[in-house]
Design a protein around this ligand. Structure first.
Ligand code: TYD
Length: 215
């Protein structure tokens, strides 16, 4: 049997957009197709990167420091987890990746996109190209609605406690990334959970990443 090709898939969106609630179902969908799945997240996914995540999400820091820590965590995650899993032919489902850096540090905090692009080149260089997801599911939700969903849900972290204007900028950042890269699929997250999942499933079927309707 020939080994299957690795597949790198990411989920993105502002806090409260509901992306995380679909990761489990995605994992089950790919497993039902006989695929081995590595489910992971950023910042994080390795012991070192999880340590960096705690720092990033709990401490105030200037945006360059924050970007360097995010990319340091990413480098460790790529080397230790993502690349090996892809080389084994697995499906890597990652809750956030570099698009979040352009959206949060770039658009949200107003940090220089050119510096972020340079860091992206350094960290994601792969055989003369750039490691990028094959598909990015972008859960798009108005920032006001996301804020309502988050309100009272739990103790907010550093980003979740930002005002709605911050998330308006982050949402614009995602929209700009999506407009520039065909790997993005916009999911209208302002729908019921079932309707959102139906869009996710349809996007995967349409791109030939999972089989169509079962007989
Ligand atoms: P999130 O993915 O929403 O996890 P949880 O559901 O546990 O809250 O939280 C990660 C936070 O980190 C989120 O607010 C976005 C932020 N973040 C960045 O600012 N830059 C990045 O590059 C990444 C990956 C995340």
């Amino acid at each position: 049997m020939t080994q299957q090709q690795g597949l790198f898939l990411t989920l993105e969106g502002i806090d409260g957009a509901g992306k995380s609630s679909h990761i489990e179902a995605l994992e089950a969908l790919f497993k039902a197709q006989g695929r081995v799945v590595t489910r992971t997240r950023e910042p994080g996914g390795t012991p070192l990167a999880e340590t960096l995540r705690t720092m990033i999400l709990t401490q105030a820091m200037d945006p360059l420091t924050e970007s360097l820590l995010v990319f340091a965590a990413r480098r460790d995650h790529i080397v230790q987890v993502i690349e090996p899993a892809l080389a084994r032919g697995e499906v890597v489902l990652c809750d956030r990746f570099t698009d979040a850096t352009f959206a949060y540090q770039g658009a949200g905090r107003g940090f220089d996109n050119a510096v972020l692009s340079t860091l992206e080149q350094w960290v994601q260089a792969r055989d003369g190209a750039l490691l990028q997801p094959a598909l990015t599911l972008w859960f798009d939700l108005p920032p006001e609605t996301a804020a309502e969903r988050l309100a009272g849900a739990r103790l907010p972290d550093k980003f979740e406690s930002q005002p709605v204007e911050f998330f308006r900028r982050v949402a614009e950042g995602y929209a700009a990334r999506a407009a520039a890269a065909p790997r993005f699929v916009r999911i209208d997250a302002n729908r019921s959970r079932e309707q959102v999942w139906a869009q996710v499933e349809a996007a995967l079927v349409q791109r030939g990443l999972v089989g169509g309707v079962k007989p």
